[in-house]
Design a protein around this ligand. Sequence first.
Ligand code: FES
Ligand code: FES
Length: 163
Amino acid sequence: MKKELIGLTVNGRSHELAIEPSKLLLDALRENLGLTGSKRGCDDSSCGACTVQIDGVPMLSCTMLAASCEGQEITTVEGVSEHGSLAAIQKAYGDWGGSQCGYCMPGFMMTVKHLLAQNPNPTEEEIRQGLSSNLCRCTGYSQMYQAIRAAIEAEQKGMAAAK
Ligand code: FES
Ligand code: FES
């Protein structure tokens, strides 16, 4: 199939790619840009492992054409760290055993970041609701909820210390 030039902005960097118009965003990220954090975990839009943020909103990159994302800000799990250091939520996932195989984690991370940006101190029920579009087959969710709570507390302490 004939390729077309499209421009994608990913994690703050602009890229020009020659790709088929039918190429999915997930495949363009992984195959053309080498950003393999985002994963394909299903074939029916049910797992959330491919979740990225488009203009700050979690979206399934397995169902979007890369070409449809021109002019939008794409953020993947590779863009979550802050100034070369782990973000609070990444550190908390490690500290609290928030993942085992880790396959689901990049997608969860993008959804959690959005949840906390919208609601910096969610209740447990709000966390459950907010993460309901992402599935994990091995960790169990309680460690994830503990990690999210720990990240919230770390952010709050950091803000209090900065005052
Ligand atoms: S790969 Fe499962 S929802 Fe995208
Ligand atoms: S940690 Fe293995 S699928 Fe979630």
